[in-house]
Design a protein around this ligand. Sequence first.
Ligand code: ADP
Ligand code: MG
Length: 736
Amino acid sequence: MLTLKTKIEKLPLIGPAYVKKLHKMGIETAGDLLFYFPFRYDDFSDVKKISEVELGEVVSVRGKIIDIQNIRTWKRKMNITEALIEDESGAIKAVWFNQPFLVRNLKNGAHVSLSGKIVYLREGLQLSNPSYEFLGSGQSLHTARLVPIYHETEGLSSKWLRAHIKPIIKLADEIEEFLPAKIIKNQNLFGLSKAIRQIHFPDNEQKAEIAKKRLAFDELFLVQLYMMLQKKKWQKNNAVKIKFNKKLEKEIKNFVDNLPFKLTNAQKISSWNIIKDFEKDRPMNRLLEGDVGSGKTLVALISSLAVIKSGYQVAFMAPTEILTRQHFAEAEKRFSLDCIKNGAHSSECNKFQTKQSKPSYRLKPEFQLSNNLRDIKIALLTGSESKIYESEEIKEISKKKLLEKIKSGEVNFIIGTHSLIQEKIIFKNLAFSIIDEQHRFGIDQRAKIQTEVLEIKDGLKTVPHLLSMTATPIPRTLALTVYGDLDLSVLDEMPKERRKIITKLVAPANRASAYKFIYDQIRKGRQVFVICPLIEESDILEVKSVTEEYEKLSKKIYPSLKISLLHGKMKPKEKEEVMKKFSSGETNILVSTSVVEVGIDIPNASVMLIEGSDRFGLAQLHQFRGRVGRGKYQSFCFLFTDSTASRTHQRLRALIKSDNGFELAEQDLKIRGPGELVGIRQSGLPDLAMASLTDFELIKKVRYEADKIIMENDDLKKYPKLANKLKKFTKKVHFE
Ligand code: ADP
Ligand code: MG
């Protein structure tokens, strides 16, 4: 018997090749197939008599084929299939291009239904490339109705999907409702079975819309529930409580006062958010969002200071060796005062120790603070390096020694790559973990550093407070859904004295003068990034294009300059090597695909040239632009485009006007939809949820209902069907 659980290979007329394709799409059972939704419809519901069709309209007609033949046009090497269709009112010609096999299927005398657009050709009105099906086989499926169009991944056509979903659509009635009845009632939703039937084969547009709303509600609701439950679960952990007492306040004030610049307001607020979170005995889980150059690292350092000065360790993880080196250098620079053993600062610090108020838990004796623990000792640990900074010196040290120092607690600020979770590090008392460019880490990797357990007192275990940082500007409204399990701080403000980057749209005719300009910049000692167009369809084409650009620049345009190449197909080591050379000033120009590191700080780079800029989203272009203008030099961003469309130019001009990543992301959202936003695309959200991220009304309702459910009971025991659905859902959706 056919049920929702029936494997697709057992369904009628699905051969092994198709089974394989469906499996690739994660579709294993009849039920899964029903949950593969169309994303739009062709409206073929307008059924007319042949004599009544009009030019330009999309219609359906029904009639008999009275003539059909293939014609080959020799000049254009095209095959045209022409059929004459007749009903009681008249006849019309239907024309298909390059589908000669149709004549094997559509024969003289067959009764068919055809849907398509009416065009005018020499001989009069014609149906152009219509969809067709035979009459008499029950309800229409491909014509004369709202016809569902599916994403045609893995080469499965919409027609194929329709034809195979139709025979099992009756199974929709067996789908179990998992939403509590009161939500369905409150929100005026279709029942699930009805929604599934209507999303595939809607009676009319309105019902299709309501069905879609129900299913989008489901996806968003499950995402939201998942996030909220994660948050609850996380907050059941204990964490080290770090009291923000007078002494600590003084330490931090001292540090901030000694900076060569003023903190932005946003930096102050975010640091304060974090320090306040530390005062709780529940672990923080906060996302710090901020444009490139908004100064996230400094917020991380300030909050680390609070933790270190209270006697605990901090781990700071970044995705590449270069970034960790950069952070190490910045930490060393900013903390150096503190690291000088005999400075005034240090004696201040000793006084602070003796009188220090006790941490909120009594520590086991081995965790009691010894004097030197209060000093900051910074370490760097990556796959290829292990170093520490002490007594005003950076010293190479063996990995083994470093691990010992981490274990003993002598080193208390540990910066590193994935090594921090790969090496078997034993921390003495890790209380705070920071993840930079968090989207570059997998969910497992993040979980690992999150669950580093510290036992502070007879069986009382804590996990570290967690700060994730990202430069992808996701508008707050979206962040609430996508990162609903995190608290959010936003650096929506740039340091004051930062110079505006001069951004220009460059037409193909001005290419030569741009090249000349770049040459002059390099002669002045500056460096230049060249970003090649995004080619989403194919990595190989992208590599080819960037390699060609590299060849062109290094052989033809700038034979005397040092140019290097960077793309995603290179090994991590090679990439690091290229970046290192550029970073040290050894190379003049870096030609790269969009893989170029987001967080990298190369103050000497003053020009960002972007080829095919129209292919990128505004937020991403803005991120590229943020690679320059980090030093004292006036910097430039050149947007090259061959496109002459005024819409494209208008879109790109937004970059000239705005230098705020969040604003630009909002515009992307309006123009290109949420799926195009970096950081959202990788979020693993299912399609409908993704498409509905800008439906703020719906999101509000979803949050309201999810909140209510969680308030009632946060283990979902009262709603076993919902709990079960959520479990399946999260298994299928890989949240990142
Ligand atoms: P991002 O947010 O992209 O990680 P960084 O933390 O790398 O930015 O900061 C970029 C640069 O700006 C660093 O050199 C940092 O020292 C500097 N910086 C940070 N905060 C300020 C500020 N308030 N005023 C001036 N410069 C700042
Ligand atoms: Mg950064």
